[in-house]
Each structure stands twice: as structure tokens, then as C-alpha cells.
Design a protein around this ligand. Sequence first.
Ligand code: FE2
Ligand code: FE2
Length: 928
Amino acid sequence: AGALSYLAELPNGYRLLAMDGGKYSPDNTVKQEYSHETAGKFSNSVMDWAVEQTEKATQDGYTVIGMTHWNFVPHFTREINTFKDFCVVDCENVRDRLADAGMKYVFTGHIHCHDIASYVTDNGSIIYDVATSSLINFPNYYRVMTLDNSREGHITATDKTYSVDDVLPVTCNGKTYPQPIRYTTFGINFTGNGAKSLAFGFIDHYAEVYLPAIEAAGGLYNFLTTQMDLEGIFNDLLKGGIKIGSLNVFGTKNIMSFIKELCGQIDQAYLANPQKVYDMAEELLDSILNIQISDVPCTKFMDEYGFGNPNKGGTLEDAASSALLYFYGAAYDPADDVFIQDCYKQLETGEISAKLLDALIDKLLCGIVENELLSTLTLNLSSAFPIGTFGSLLVRGVDTFLRIMLLGKMSYMNVINVGFRVLHSLGIIEYKTVNDILYHYMDEYLTESQMQMVDGELQSILSSLCEDNTPGKLMDMNVTLDARTANDYTVEKSADNLRLPSNVSVTFGKDASTSRIISWFTKHSIEGTDIQITTEANYKQNGFTGSMPNGVTVSKKVETVNRQFPGIDLGVIGFLPYTFEVNRHTLTINGLKPGETYRYRIGDAKTGFWSDTATITTADNSDEFTFLHVSDCQCGLEKQYQNWAKVLDSAFTKYPNAAFLLNSGDHVDHGDNFNQWKWMFNANAPRLMSTVMMSAAGNHEAKGTNALVDNFVFADYPTQDTEEGVYYSFDYNNAHFIVLNSNNLNENNGLSDDQIEWLKKDASQSDKQWNIVMLHKAVYSNGSHYDDDDVIAIRKQLATLMPQLGIDVVLQGHDHVYLRTAALNKNRVARYETLTTNYGGLSYPNTMVNPNGTVYVIDACSGVKAYKTKSVSATDKLFPRAEAIVDADYPVYGAITVKGNQLFFNAYGVDMNSGAQTPIDSFAILKK
Ligand SMILES: [Fe+2]
Ligand SMILES: [Fe+2]
């Protein structure tokens, strides 16, 4: 790799450094074979050589011009993650090193757009990435750049762009071409005109690759089984299969022979007829592209490029074609395009993705899956149960019954419909058709906020392609650039660009009255894990003086870790995972004074990249304090997390002395989307840096490198598998808190045996006045999960155990609805007296006196994703009706005050626009 790199001496003190990033050798292709790779990567040796040559030449007074195929600096905001193969792998590190070594200009290509982008490194040096389009592809531009290094301390570039038309006629090898091929749109390079052609180009491409491959493998079944371990997957899924006694009724072998038979049918019906498949794909794509997304007609490009319609509102296809022109066309400004501007606005609402979903259901589910696939393919039950097996006896009966019912027409659709009718009339299922189930779940989970998230993602992609402002307008044609060599450019610093501490989490250390653990992320190049800290009183007088407060010690750790996010995140699914390196900093502070307030900031002392200041207030070991509880702030857009920040602001304004925050989990919607973690922390940065947040693992953060312990550092927890969360406990003043991990389950779907053992031991060792448990999956709930297998199993475990262990309150999440039970014991309302108590100007008329039971609360959701409550008739069958059920379609938080032998709880609904609060429930407990 890198063999085609070279250094060329140019006149007037310039040197050209050509860097080879081709991934065409087996040592850096993933597949270990010679194949075409779109992405480019500099090997270590090319990188070291390039830096060395640049440094040496710069020292010797030469001006170094870089050249390579791949971009150093993204030319549109989502290039680096969504369309990542345009940028060279690890481009941040590459451009940092070369720019700091003295390279001010690098000429690149690959992306075909005509654009100049610039970047300033951590050290204040600038680099311009000059990407030039293609002469033989749209928009058929080339550029002439004049460099001038005669002015001390500056390298100036004057750029002029020309169209291929400007040089016509062209004479080449003795032949004159009056009109060389001049493409008018990007789409035409592939198949025809515009965005639709481009999309069809991709369908064609995949059809060309996969159809012959399936044929060559000898059919779909053989193809699938060579591509993946289907049998292994089903073995895992079925866990040995369904057994009656020792007889295996349905196992992997059954399902494999069933799939084989089904694949055979698909081979015959579809693969033998690729035109049919293609027509189906075309129809689907057509209906999606034809969705009208604006009332404003798309007319800007009608005359020149022939798309748009003055008589009707613009479609998705119009928007996509326009975006391609803005991106590649290099000569248009979207600011005056009323259609595009309206598209941005429409994509704020969530209505576009709702239309998209409708089209998908109509064409894909009803049209293709139901009316085509399920109606054409025949269910052959006996294929799953070869004669001679036990199941075959059973199946023969069912099979005969169905054949009689359906007059022999055993299509899946017919079988499913009969099945549903029978099961519905027997009262076994509440749905009459498959679509009933679909619409039920859509109604439950595809909330307005979810649709807004998808719209937000589409809006971000559209604006990313259309907008360009750096360093000049209109794809930077004909500009003059100036690169100062003094490296004195202003370095933009923010948590968002990871130069300043991002995702700052503060947890209690081993002792809430004397220690804290602060963790944060920065970009890979920022290595310092530093803190400035002093008492608040001293800070107000002297600021940070550089010395540590008496007795305070700090230990530091920094590690380089991988994080990722999907290049496109549609909420329900994400695509194109983008992985990158960040530094994870952990700072443990010990020796703080109880009941003291400190002011601190964290960052990198070497570069002077410091966070804003924040405060730490330690526990004072008294018997009175207040804390807040929230749950399920999970969102998908930055602006949705800003709403969450408003809820926290509102809560802390009402309870300015709240000692800490408990979070019952589902902090993010997609655990493996680092951006969502970043937004969650950073939207609340000033608040969360001054507040300890102790969290439970939600099911949405139960995987990969974005589990709970990858975002928070907890001082102390028993040895356990932390991949899906963590269980731990801590003390604060006169209360003991136990945080459970409801993702950590045993084979019966209850909390794992280890966890239950630890819980029993931990709770029985508590000598605190109050014992509070937090977990994600709500044990008592009137939300949609109330009868999930795991919830039922955990409820069975905890109903008796919680009161037995002296747990007063269980704080829960997961269901996004508000519910609060009476004190329960063994799944029944405990007996207790009530009386009226008062605290903080509020009256608690039904204060429970010495209840021999546990109160369960779900504080709905604190973000934008409120779910609907179930009817009480369903939950009444399983447990006593809750004392408070509130249909909260707004964010909620809970506030708990402990004062000696009394506990007061208040829940509030928050108006997201005004921040105004409404009390929705309260209770109190008195221990005499
Ligand atoms: Fe949730
Ligand atoms: Fe959840």
C-alpha cells in the first residue's frame, strides 16, 4: 500500500506531495482479497513519510502542496459519517498532523463536487481541502489555481473555475471534438435523468450482483446458507426447540426444511422472472418518490433540467433532484428556492415521514407482502414436519382441516386469515387480522415524536446536501484564499466538536459526603484529564488559584475507546454505522469536606481547553434532603433533548437544593448512537455538571459499546457482566439506594439469580432509615409492558421480596405512563392507618403510617415520548388498582424529600413550552 506516493520538486519554491491512499492490496482490504475499494486509507508508513517530508520541506523554506484522491475535510456536514467513503479513513488525525506540519492546501477529488472546505486544527493551523469535480462527469468543471508565497507569512491562492464548454472545441490526439460529452445532471451519469434514475441505478446494480449470485449458488436457499449460518441463528433462537416431554416437536431441523421449501417457491415464482421483481421494486420506489412533501411547486430547475411541475406541490423526487443539483451543480443558491425552503419547514412536523410510512404500508405491506408474496406462496405445513416425526401426526390433522376450510387454496394469506378468525372467535386473540396487530403497534410506538425524529433526519440530510457556506458561497468558485503560516487561527472550541469536555457525567464516589467521579469524552487528540477546583467561597474571592483544597486528592485515567453512531438513524432502525476514536477521561476526587460546596472546571491544561465552571455540593450527613427522579428521556433529535433540558431546568428551579437526580433509564432511543448520548448530556451540560445523576440501565442502552457503564462511571459494584447494564447501591445521608439492572435476567425472564442474591444481601446490610429501589422495567404499571414475560417474572420475584427487605419505595420507568400504587405487600394492598402531615407548605392527607408494604411509582417520561395508558380492566386481573393513574401526555418528574422519619413525594407535569408545572400526584410515609 502507498507505493504510488511521491514528492515532486516544482518551480518557485513549491513541492508537491502526492499521497497514495488506495485500498487495493490484501493487507488493508477487509476481505483479504484483491477487490475494488471505494474508501481510501493512508498506511502508517505513508502517513509518517508525508508528515516527515512536509515538516522538512517547510523548515527548508518550501511551500508544500498536498494531493490525494480522498477528502481531508468534509465538503458537506454529513460526509464524514453518512457518506464516509469520500473522506480518507481517520481524516481528522490525517489533516491535524499534516496541517500542523505545514501543509496549507491539499487537492482532492473522489466526491465529484466542486468545493473548497477549510479546517483549523487544535493548534490553530489552517488547511484548505480543494476538491475538483470531473471533466467527463457532471458538472464538467475544472479549476485553475494560482498560488503566491511571495508575501511573508502568507500563502495565497486565487481560484478560477471553468466549464468544459469554455474550451470547446477540443483537439486531442489530432482529432477535434466540437462537443465532447457534457452531462447535464448527475443522475444522467448512471442511467438517465435525476434522482429517480440514480435510485434505479442502485436497484440495477444490486440486481446485477445478487441475481446471478443466487442463480450460481443453485437457488435462494443455497445462497442464504452460504452467506450466513441460518441453522445456527435458529438454534440460538429456538434454544433446542419446542418439546413435549422428551419429544422434540419443533426444532431447527423443522424450520430449515420449511425455509428450504419456501425458498424453492420463491425461486420459481420470482427468480425465474427477474422482470417481475424489478417491476415490483419500481412500483414501490415510484410511489415513494411521488409523495408530495410541499404545497409549493418545484420550478427552479424546470427550464434548464426539465424536472418539476408548476401546477402541483413538489414531491420527494423533486427535492432529491434539487439536492443533487445543489450538491454537484456548483452554481446554485438554495436561499431563493421557495420549494426547498418550504421542504425544510415541512420536515419539522413529522408529517412527511407519516406519509412515507403510509406509502410503505400501502405498497410494500399490502401490495407486495400481502397481495403478492403471501397470496402467491403456498403454505406447506408438512414440509416442516417430515413424515415419521412426531409433529407430522399433529400437522396432518391441522393440514387436512385447513384444506377443507380453504377448498385447497393454501396460500399464506388464506391460512393466516382463517387462523386469525378461529383464534379471535375463540377469544384467544383480540385481533381479527394481521393488519390489526400492525396498526395497534404503530399506534403505540410510532408516536408523534418518533415521526418528528425521522423527519428531522431527512431534513438534516437534505440541508446537508443543499447548503454550503465555507469558505465562500456557491461551491466556492472563483475565490481568493489566504493561509497564514503563523498558525494563529481561532480554534473553535465546543463540547459538540469534542475539543471541550463532552458527555460530562458526575456520580458519587465511594462516599457521597467526600467523593465524586467525573467522566467525559474528548476528541482523540485532547489527552489532558485535568481539574481546577476550590471551595465556592474561595472561588468568589480569588477564582481558581491552582492549588488543591486541603485534603482533596484526585486520580486520573484516560483511555482511547471506539464509539459509533448510525450514518442514518430512522429511530426504529439505523444504517451505515460510523465508528471513530475518542478519549474517555475519568477523574476521581476524594477527600472533599461533607456539606461543602466547591466550584470546579475540567479539561486539558496543556491546550487551555476548559469546560464552563460548575459546582459540587457534598452530602452533609444530616437526616433531611431532597432528590429528583426522572425516566425515559429517550429522544432522537438534538432539539428533543433540548426539551428535556427545559424539563430539568423547570424541576431544579422549583427544587434548587435537590441533592441529586435519579434516572430510571432509557436515556437514549438508540444505545449505539453516540450522538444521542452527546445530546442528552450536552443539552443539559451546565445542569448535569452541577448535579450527580445516578442511573439505571434501560433496555434501549443494553448493548455494544454504549451500555450504561460506557457512559457513567460508578464507584463500586459487585462483580457482574456489565454488557447490558449494572446493579449497584449507594448511601446518601439517612437513605440507602439500590439500583437494579432489569436487563440482567435468568432463564425464566426474572432478575438473574446472582442479582437477587446480591439484592437480598445488600438490602439486609442497610442500617439506613429509608431504603429506595430503582429499576427500569416497571413492576407495577398500566403501560403496554404490564404483561410482558419479563415484567411478570420480575413482579413475581419482587412482590414479596421488596417489603420483606424493608424497601419503602420502588422508582420505575420503561412504560412512559404515570402510575403510583398504594403500599403493596405480596401483590395486595398492605394494611395501614393514615393521617394528615404537612411539609413545605403542602398537606399530605393520606400519609401512610408504618405501612408494611412498598409503594411503586412510574414517573411517566421526562422527554417527548409519552405513551398511552392501558384500561384498568386489563391490569385489575393481575394486581390491585393503583392509587394514582394519570394520562400524562406531557413530561413528568418526581421530587422526594426525606426528613427524619417522614418521606414526601410529589410528581409534576411540565409544560414543555412555558416550563409551567402542574402537580399531578403526591403521597407521604410516616414511620413511627
Ligand atoms: Fe423507554
Ligand atoms: Fe424501556
